[in-house]
Design a protein around this ligand. Structure first.
Ligand code: MRU
Length: 406
């Protein structure tokens, strides 16, 4: 991603050692920028599971390299079994995002097609690179295909007259982080926004904080700030009011899995935004690469698996300690955050926000029915949120593949 201090892609091969990659530890953002090296399969599995890396597209790309690491580290004898087991272990880390299973399936198909150990390892390397390149290319294309939506709103606003001679910004609301950090580059939901901003179209983004892990507050606000894009962070429940008051022109969100008929799994809270958008006649678009489509699931509301995570993500909030409000020092609560490569002493702390012992439910995703979605923005163009719409752009989806890992 193009951000001061962190230029280029969110996943980079270590020079001369392609099965080792360097990523940002997203658990520490926006407070610390710490890079992690992922070397063996265990590193890859752990990084996806503990969300050092997260976001559907990025965990797909990381899984691609995880398969390469498995191929490199296992001996020739038993290589086939080791690779198959690695695929199962990687897919099990996070159940909702389709890109993860898609990347593993793509790796398995490429590796199975080769007979010699050397051939399998070569195929794994080529495929890991191809997955990352595809992901980055999709970000660029999604940006270009989503741009006309923003341009049209900007043109309408310009025709309506500006504010003190200045054109009024296109007001876009987004949820969670479907930005460069969730992908290899540029992101999905943010890609059209970046494209518009770089072309001088005035945009302003309302960033949902996105409880419980606050990916909007921690990651989207960080990305937008690095690029100088005007934005405000809002509490998760504020979007409905802003829509009623005419303060939102367009909603763009990402997706973790989209069913054949167009139901959308995305970070918890997305569905409520879609309901509010429909009630207020505001276009609600979902940006996704084709690797997010699950052609084997028809009814996403019923059948897309929803990840349930640790209760502590709901009962506690993590953040940077500043003044503790009472004028006292917060030193006793300073947390030590350990990264795999470096021990970082910081003021990042976790605080409980409910009575001790309160039980919590932590559903990480929800499903927005296709009927509430105005359209999809994909790497091949925009389409209706329906089976016909998706097949119009991706006719290869007619032959759904039941093999591979789900
Ligand atoms: O749990 P996360 O942070 O991995 O969640 C994934 C997401 O970031 C979102 O749901 C996002 O909007 C889609 S990812 C392209």
């Amino acid at each position: 991603m193009s951000a001061a201090g962190y230029e280029g892609r969110t996943i980079r091969e270590k020079v001369g050692e392609p099965s080792t990659v360097v990523v940002l530890d997203q658990r520490l953002l926006p407070h610390r920028e710490v890079e992690l090296e992922l070397r063996g399969l265990c590193d890859y599995i752990e990084a996806i599971r503990d969300m050092s890396v997260r976001g559907a597209g990025l965990i797909g790309a990381v899984a691609g390299y995880g398969m390469l690491a498995a191929a490199v580290e296992s001996p020739d004898r038993g290589l086939h079994e080791a690779i198959e087991a690695a695929g199962r272990a990687l897919v099990a880390t996070r159940p909702t995002a389709k890109d993860l299973a898609w990347a593993v399936e793509r790796q398995l198909a490429a590796i199975r097609a080769e007979t010699s150990p050397g051939g399998k390892r070569r195929a794994a390397l080529e495929t890991a690179r191809a997955i990352a390149d595809f992901n980055a290319d999709c970000g660029r294309r999604i940006g270009l295909h989503g741009l006309p939506l923003i341009e049209a709103i900007a043109a309408g606003k310009a025709a309506g007259g500006g504010l003190r001679g200045r054109p009024r910004a296109v007001e876009i609301l987004t949820h969670c982080n479907a930005g460069a950090l969730a992908f290899v580059d540029r992101g999905s939901a943010t890609a059209p926004i970046y494209e518009a901003f770089e072309r001088g179209i005035p945009v302003h983004v309302w960033v949902d904080e996105t409880r419980p892990r606050n990916q909007g507050a921690a990651l989207t606000a960080w990305e937008l700030g690095r690029r100088g894009i005007p934005h405000h962070l809002i509490a998760d429940n504020a979007g409905g009011l802003l829509m009623q008051r005419g303060m939102v022109d367009l909603v763009i969100v990402g997706a973790d899995r989209v069913s054949r008929r167009g139901d959308v799994a995305n970070k918890i809270g997305t569905y409520l935004k879609a309901l509010a958008a429909q009630d207020n006649g505001i276009p609600f678009y979902v940006a996704l690469p084709s690797s997010t489509i699950d052609w084997d699931i028809e009814d996403g509301v019923r059948d897309i698996p929803v990840e349930e995570r640790d209760e502590a993500e709901v009962t506690h909030v993590r953040g940077l300690l500043e003044d503790d409000g009472a004028g006292g020092t917060a030193v006793s609560r300073i947390a030590r955050v350990e990264s795999r490569n470096a021990r970082v002493e910081s003021r990042i702390a976790s605080v409980r926000i409910c009575p001790e012992g309160t039980r919590a439910g932590n559903f990480a995703f929800d499903i927005t029915p296709a009927l509430l979605v105005s359209g999809f923005i994909t790497e091949r163009g925009t389409c209706a949120a329906s089976e016909e719409g998706l097949l119009g752009l991706f006719p290869e989806g007619r032959e759904s593949t039941k093999e591979g890992v789900r």
